[in-house]
Design a binder for this molecule. Sequence first.
Ligand SMILES: Cc1cc2nc3c(=O)[nH]c(=O)nc-3n(C[C@H](O)[C@H](O)[C@H](O)COP(=O)(O)OP(=O)(O)OC[C@H]3O[C@@H](n4cnc5c(N)ncnc54)[C@H](O)[C@@H]3O)c2cc1C
Length: 462
Amino acid sequence: MTNNAMASLFEQLRAIVGAEHVRTDLGALEVYSRDATPLFQHPPSAVCFPSGTTEVQSIVNLAGETGTPVVVRGAGTNLSAATVPQLGGIVLAMSRMNRLLEIDTANLVAVAQPGLPTAELADAVAANGLLYPPDPGSRTTSTIGGNVGTCAGGLRGLKYGVTRDYLLGCEAVLGTGEVIRCGGKVVKDVAGFDLLRLVCGSEGTLAIITELTLRLVPAPAAYAVGLAYFESLAEAGASVSHVLADGILPATLEFLDSTCVRTVEGYAGAGLRTDAGALLIFGQDGDVRTVQIDLERMARICRSDGAIEVRLAACDLDTHNILEARRAVLPSLARLAPLTILEDATVPRSRIAEMVDRITEIAERHQLVIGTFGHAGDGNLHPTCVVDPQQPGALEEVDHAFEEIFAAALALGGTVTGEHGVGLAKQKFLAKQLGEPQMALLRRIKAAFDPGAILNPGKLGS
Ligand SMILES: Cc1cc2nc3c(=O)[nH]c(=O)nc-3n(C[C@H](O)[C@H](O)[C@H](O)COP(=O)(O)OP(=O)(O)OC[C@H]3O[C@@H](n4cnc5c(N)ncnc54)[C@H](O)[C@@H]3O)c2cc1C
């Protein structure tokens, strides 16, 4: 784009959203050149902060006329470089579109703008005795628009599912500039293709969501967790299978390998023992009696599977502290070295132990520190590599190791991403998982929503 064309684009953006809501200064371009994913960066030409659907539509129309890429962004906490504007263009930051529009207790739904932080939604519905179950570890910062963009999961996925299971309706601007409304407050709706499912997890490549209708559930009366330490992750993995085979559907079933337990204990001082091979955190919610019965059943199963020690949280504060320790795994690992690379290879849960063995072997062969934790009930592992990028050859070694880790996940019938998305970071693995016919279908679907290929171009195979 020539300088004149660029100046004219900026002028028109200012006319749409107001001069104070367009940033083209180097500071802003630097901030919006990255997200939470290390090693990926590219500056946009401008950052715009729209206040509503009409402004989003006008920006998309302008982008279409000028062939300018538009990368929509929530809080930028994604871990796949999904919001890095690798082809430049306009970053559409949704932070001004952050209102909770309605909590409808009769229909058990919330209606909100996409820039609303996940935790603000969860707290507001909790005050009405309701629960919004998707619970990503980033919830205090991430937005619900971003959660839909990546179909975020979290600690409650096994029992409650993920973001797509709570998306009932949305208003969205297509790449053509058309505004569509899909779904709404009805629980059942089979009119036409399920576009909500397509948009959820589409990483800003199909449409820009401007309003969301989200399903809520009654809040459970009680919630508590327990801890089981095992000699090895294989034993912990066997217990996961036995718990589920026993007919229990836990609200929480998380595991940490020995590296993660030691690191998080050094960081958070949560009173975890550090001499075990693996830690399983199991939890249940519901009425008080069900919680107590299920926790005791799970504790019994872990003991009979050879757990070294099993204990139930003594009180709500204890439960809170155990969960906080689980949430602190990533920041604690990040203290070990200047660079932390977190991935989310996912396998059928019966194959977790095999996958962890593969990760351990790969880490040792490449002489890397990789701690693994994750959502045991979902088979969703987070192998996390901590490394000093200044060490000659270190980053190449990490690259090779993760290529082998993703290949292992696929060989075990899994996926290269369970919840973080593809973005730029996993672009090269997507075709390996989906195969060419599916890649071609993705491109045709993209062309139907966004024929000018202006929405987050270069992502999801486009
Ligand atoms: C410490 C930490 C813990 C995390 N824990 C979890 C976890 O437990 N589970 C999990 O799933 N993820 C987790 N994540 C990853 C991340 O928080 C999620 O991917 C989250 O959904 C991103 O939300 P965001 O608002 O930051 O979106 P962004 O990062 O800004 O955007 C994510 C994607 O959504 C698209 N998008 C944003 N807004 C819109 C919109 N209005 N319309 C259409 N597309 C849009 C973007 O283009 C991008 O492709 C974690 C991240 C961190 C840093």
